[in-house]
Design a protein around this ligand. Sequence first.
Ligand SMILES: Nc1ncnc2c1ncn2[C@@H]1O[C@H](COP(=O)(O)OP(=O)(O)OP(=O)(O)O)[C@@H](O)[C@H]1O
Length: 310
Amino acid sequence: MESSILRIEKLSHRYSTSWAIRDINMEIGPTGIVGLLGSNGAGKSTTMNIVCGALNQTEGDVYINGVNMKEDPQQAKRDIGFLPQQPPLYMDLTVDEYLRYCAGLRHLPKDKMKSAVKEAKERCGVDHFSKRLIRNLSGGYRQRVGIAQAIVHRPKLVVLDEPTNGLDPNQIIEVRSLIKEIARDRAVIFSSHILSEVQILCKEIRMIENGKIVFSDTMDTFNNYVEPHSVLVHLENPPVEAELLKINGVTQVEFLTERQLRIYFNGEQDITERIVAASVHNGWRLREISLDKSALDEIFKQLSHPSSKQ
Ligand SMILES: Nc1ncnc2c1ncn2[C@@H]1O[C@H](COP(=O)(O)OP(=O)(O)OP(=O)(O)O)[C@@H](O)[C@H]1O
């Protein structure tokens, strides 16, 4: 990949006796959000801690903007912003004090500090809380401050470890749109164990399971790969199962309630149209029909099963 901001080569890490990650290769481009998806304990945090220079790997190499993290960590870290799973916030500092402190840690020159802190606050929507103690901010705003410290030195790569964890649904939506905004002019790695979250946000996906990459491609390819094979249907006047099985392509019918059904099909594209047509023709009174997204989680499970490792 030309002008990649991050290149990981044969990265492995062992904690005392067991390997947490094994032979990870990864390359990501200069802008947009890459989702790092994996269940708890898959190895996401280990990978991200090494990428950000917070943990020394057992084997392999990490290059940030072409600079090897092991050989020149100071230079490599200039281009990285990191929000770990536990945001490194100081509760007794105000937002301004904290961000100035973080900018100092990043060796920002004094004359640039004020404008850098202001820009980070504005981009993260915390400008109006400049003088407030972090302790007195809501979880969503604390997370915004966490993201602000990750971008204060204008890094080319920002790594966010489960940044929406523990937030309420409104806060999640707000933090998501903030992440989208900051990814317009830099690369963002976004880790999560929730497939739908990665699907909403990311243009690319790297799936890690048991310490190995099991899927690595664009989100579109992933979605095509895991195309749903069932639809959820609400019929006010449902027929017996045998009638539904007569529809071309339908392989199985599952009654979830009296009127709600899951209909499995064999990959035919126009199954929805055929169900709608059959419903109109037979008077089944169709109320709702949608592709069954929960089936994606099923395929996610299959992909992450050890036997499907690449
Ligand atoms: N400090 C440590 N010492 C020993 N084992 C560890 C340590 N940190 C993580 N591990 C183990 O390494 C493996 C990978 O953990 P890691 O935290 O990287 O996964 P994760 O995908 O980030 O999971 P989570 O979402 O739960 O943080 C797990 O089996 C974990 O138990």
